[in-house]
Write a protein that binds this ligand. Structure first.
Ligand code: GCB
Length: 614
């Protein structure tokens, strides 16, 4: 808790501890703020050799505070004799938000740097207001410059970041330049090897944020642990006069309170409310909340619920719940592009609802903020994840700091979403002592930042040597997670579907058993017998056999089959069949449902009717 607040207070100090950022600030609850969208068409320069970043001796132009050259200066030739070899004004444009791969055929496979430039004017509402540039996400790293000055470098493709620009902006003709680079690196998070498309670009909203001189930089609302009728609120102020009164009110609950922020700018509240309606998938109650100071006001809608485990049960608001889930990538399948908008979130989560889901696993990295917000509204619980995927440099301290920062930023962003019940720290990582230590520190971090949600990870299964039908889950990391959660692919990577009926399980942990993935590829519309790979019948058969097999596992508490929609992957190249798509969706990339969709929906309908729907 203390650590969390420190992180919020000291954007600068926090960033300093992490070598990947300079003067980043945390701006929570971005959609509740006064913002001007900088989305739209930005001029771009594709720069495969990083000519705009390095001089010909390969020294970065921005190594010194006064930038010595390169594209970030957005320079224009003063006269006809000056040599300038770039020009944003006459360069083509790309949409922001948006990945570059799906916007220009030439960039489909491109991995490297693209420079983005956007001009804007500013009219502040009050002279001492402060201004920030907020970027929802840029994959994988972004160097950000305003009017020829460097604001900072951000590492990590799926979390938001912001820089204060109050002293740098002009009333008109501001030049915001962002170099986005999506090269893969062995030490990065994720590392070089993934089974999804490495979409590059400014993939989420860019906003100019205006705040009062001292403002509410973030807040957290939640039930006081151990209660269902006391709301705890913490608000964080940023600015010179932090020790000032802060008000919190929940108009529909008819409760309000006032407290003075301490010298660190933190105001703490506890509000009793006897008739609080708890949030659940059946009744996703959201309450209006208003946090205000004399000058600033944030309004949001928040739900309250409890989530816990007891033995092998998951308890939502004290009642046993079965998680009827599906995995989702942040991709709009019809267009084959990164999803980013509220409309995209409604499409994806709408399909999950049709499937009978009360839960989704947002794999394998933090999705855009709309997902959890729409899930809040639709009554869908969420698993959010950090991109610690497959192999990572387990002994590299910078890699760990990077993963911790991504996890912390995700928690700071989505801590007010009742729908989010699980922070997942990794997916299918190979068992070793350094890896378990690395993951354990992420679990500790998640619990320190937010002790009110479950912590999990998608682990793997092994077979008993000499007995491929005996599946064992005994990963030592399972000690530290709240769920015993694992991926298993019997019937696809492991034998054919008939094998599924014969396997039996030994699970070491007395925890809720959660199957975070199973599935099979099917080309939508390809019909054959159930033994023909890539047919809808084969995939449906895997589902038909897997679901009853899972039901036999004691403690089986839910699953998220892989996956809602087909998604692009450079690892999936079988011509005429995959053509760059992972086909494990229960919905094809033409938006049509496959046979397995119906099998899963029938299973979930029966589960909901059986009364474990709460
Ligand atoms: C997995 C991974 C997922 C892959 C999937 C597959 O176990 O977690 O990222 O896409 O299998 O299709 O092989």
């Amino acid at each position: 808790m203390k650590k969390y607040l420190l992180m919020l207070v000291a954007g600068m100090a926090y960033a300093a501890a992490v070598p990947v950022a300079r003067a980043e600030v945390v701006l929570g609850d971005i959609f509740a703020r006064q913002t001007t969208s900088l989305n739209g068409k930005w001029n771009v320069i594709v720069d495969p050799y990083d000519t705009g970043y390095f001089d010909y001796r390969r020294q970065p132009y921005d190594a010194t505070t006064k930038i010595s050259g390169g594209f970030s200066l957005d320079h224009h030739a003063k006269d006809k004799s000056e040599l300038v070899e770039y020009n944003f004004d006459t360069s083509p444009t790309l949409n922001v938000p948006g990945d570059w791969n799906s916007q220009d055929d030439k960039l489909f496979y491109y991995e490297g740097s693209v420079w983005y430039r956007r001009k804007f004017d500013v009219k502040k509402s009050a002279p001492d207001d402060r201004l920030f540039i907020y970027i929802g996400a840029a994959n994988y790293e972004a160097d950000v410059y305003l009017n020829g000055k460097k604001l900072g470098k951000h590492i990590g493709g799926f979390t938001p970041f912001a820089y204060e620009v109050t002293k740098l902006v002009k009333e008109s003709g501001n030049s915001l330049v962002v170099r986005v680079n999506n090269n893969r690196h062995p030490e990065a998070v994720p590392t070089v090897n993934t089974d999804w498309w490495n979409y590059g670009g400014i993939t989420r909203d860019v906003l100019l944020v205006e705040t009062p001189a001292t403002f509410i930089s973030n807040f957290r609302t939640r039930l006081k642990p151990g209660t269902t009728n006391i709301i705890e609120v913490n608000a964080q102020l940023d600015g010179a006069s932090r020790e000032q009164p802060v008000k919190v009110s929940f108009p529909s609950l008819k409760i309000a309170a006032e407290a003075k922020a301490d010298k660190d700018g933190v105001a703490r509240f506890e509000l009793s409310t006897p008739n609080l309606m708890l949030w659940s998938p059946e009744s996703p109650v959201l309450n209006d909340v208003v946090i205000s100071t004399g000058a600033d006001e944030l309004k949001d809608r928040v739900g309250f619920r409890t989530i816990a485990t007891r033995g092998t049960d998951i308890l939502l608001n004290g009642h046993k719940v079965f998680l009827r889930g599906i995995c989702i990538h942040e991709e709009e399948p019809l267009a084959g592009r990164r999803a980013w908008s509220e409309a995209d979130a409604r499409e994806l989560l709408g399909w999950a609802k049709e499937l009978g889901c009360n839960f989704v696993r947002l794999a394998h990295y933090p999705h855009n903020e709309h997902m959890a917000r729409v899930a809040d509204e639709m009554g869908i619980m969420c698993w959010e994840e950090t991109p610690v995927y497959w192999t990572i440099q387990w002994t590299n301290a910078e890699t760990l700091a990077n993963a911790q920062k991504q996890l912390g930023d995700e928690i700071a962003r989505d801590q007010n979403r009742a729908s989010v019940i699980i922070w997942s720290v990794s997916n299918e990582t190979p068992v070793s002592a350094p890896r378990t230590k690395f993951l354990k520190s992420l679990v500790d971090e998640a619990r320190a930042l937010d002790g009110t949600r479950l912590v999990s990870a998608a682990m793997e299964v092994r077979s008993e040597p000499g007995d491929p039908l005996h599946k064992i889950v005994d990963d030592p990391f399972g000690e530290y997670t709240d769920l015993c959660s694992f991926n298993q692919y019997t019937g696809w990577y492991d034998g054919t579907p008939e094998k599924i009926d014969r396997i039996h399980w030994t699970i070491k942990y007395n925890k809720p058993v959660f199957i975070s993935e199973f599935g099979a590829d099917a080309q939508r519309g390809f019909h054959a017998d159930a033994l023909t790979r890539f047919s809808e019948e084969y995939q449906a058969d895997v589902y038909k056999r897997t679901l009853p097999m899972l039901e036999k596992i004691p403690g089986f508490s839910g699953c998220t089959p892989w996956i809602l929609c087909d998604f692009r992957s450079p690892r999936r190249m079988l011509p005429g069949i995959q053509d760059g798509w992972n086909l494990k969706g229960v919905i094809g990339h033409d938006g049509k449902k496959k046979m397995a969709f119906d099998v899963l929906r029938d299973f979930y309908d029966a589960k909901a009717k059986a009364g474990l729907a709460r």
